[in-house]
Ligand binder design. Sequence first.
Ligand code: XMP
Length: 513
Amino acid sequence: MSKLTEKILVLDFGGQYNQLIARRVRDNNVFAEIKPYTTPIEEIKKENYKGIIFTGGPNSVYDMSSPHYDKEILELGVPVLGICYGCQLICYMKGGRVETAVTSEYGKIDVKVDKKDSLLFKNIPDSVVWMSHTDYISEPPAGFEITSHSADCPCASMENADDKLYAVQFHPEVTHTEYGNELLKNFIFNICGCTGEWKMEGFIEKTVEALRAQIGDKKVVLGLSGGVDSSVAAALLSKAVGSQLTCVFVDQGLMRKDEGDFVENTFTRLFDMKFVRVNCGDEFISRLKGFTEPEDKRKIIGTEFYKVFWNKVREEADGGFFAQGTIYPDCIESGKGDADKIKTHHNKVKMPEDIKFDGIIEPLSNLFKDEVRRVGELLGIPKELVWRQPFPGPGLGVRIIGEITKEKIRVLQEADAVFRDEIKKSGIENELSQYFAVLPDIRTVGVMGDHRTYDHLIAIRAVTTDDFMTADFARIPYDVLARVSSRIINEVDNVNRVVYDITSKPPGTVEWE
Ligand code: XMP
């Protein structure tokens, strides 16, 4: 990272789109990093940022508990762009006036550009933007010019070009803002003077070089789950140090049909490394015997998984380094506290103290998910893995309601494989964010030929979402649903009924447990 000369700081005031702003900047090949508004100014000064973006936030600038920042940041000579709350904050910090509007502006709003020669609005005509605010700028600070307005907002944007301070009341980072990307490009290239040096090809080259220098002739152990992040980390490390890398893959028997074999084949065939697979499905089933409560099951699966995993790592550890597929969103310290946890997730667990490594390596810790995928593609990882939909740590364990048995795992794996196959064939795969089968703990009566049946019910779930915090059930065409239903009942033994889950999140969650 130290070799990067171009960096934009996204200073987070608690807005909901902070990561999106950084991703949009990076989409334009300029590195952006997010830091909370509590970051000391001295730390910011050291970094030589080419530009700074103040994010939105849920507060009013006159509220004393609202996030504020040292005024010096506007005097560093580094261009600043304030967005929404960030726009009002610049106004407030520079002595302008912010008021609460009678009518809030929310949604798609037409704005008219007033300052045609503004660098920020270069090649941007009157157009639609995305607004979400109640407070507004009633009087820009001295030295600032209004650059655009809307019917209800006399100052939709303002600037003091001499001091390189720019502010927009709307959200250029969301796609509803017609020329949002052009505006961000104007800021990062025309105003901040960036050239666009953040490219994944360059990232791979520099990272491989840095990993080689750091690792030398030592060993590296990586926990491979078969998910996107750990897979890409494995491929990157393999490129850097080949067989000095050992990947530990714990197959707890709760993966999708044939998935364990697919992961093993992929990594042993395509990449130079030592691949250690631990098959412990039977042990997991015996540990889970008799447990039906979702949280109990999650905890047992998590605890068992890490017990098996660390035991294997302990065997493989021989000094050297421990690597993980941590990505940037796992590391961002946000401008607001963590949202309440609804379910126990077991993604981050501490290493037992008796296991000793020389250091931890997290080669993807600066990348967003879409960048990780790009790196994965460039490294030649198969599309099925790089574009794999999210899969929960506890695997099918949270999709089998009630007690988990070998027979239930078989039924669910088969049904899920049929569902996925039909979605693939129907050509709607890319429209769905996640789709899978669930095995509820009930049996229902049916009729097959002349016989009464009393068998399992399969529920299928498919959702569309941007962030998995909220989701909607996917409107899968009826004929696709019909094919899925008939194939599951015909091809999977002991299933006689299929239902489709039409619950959005909230009130439902994506997974059933
Ligand atoms: P929920 O069910 O909370 O799921 O709406 C949101 C997203 O998170 C995934 N999920 C998990 N991922 N460990 C994970 O790594 C877990 O324990 C876990 N539980 C849910 C879920 O598949 C969905 O994509």
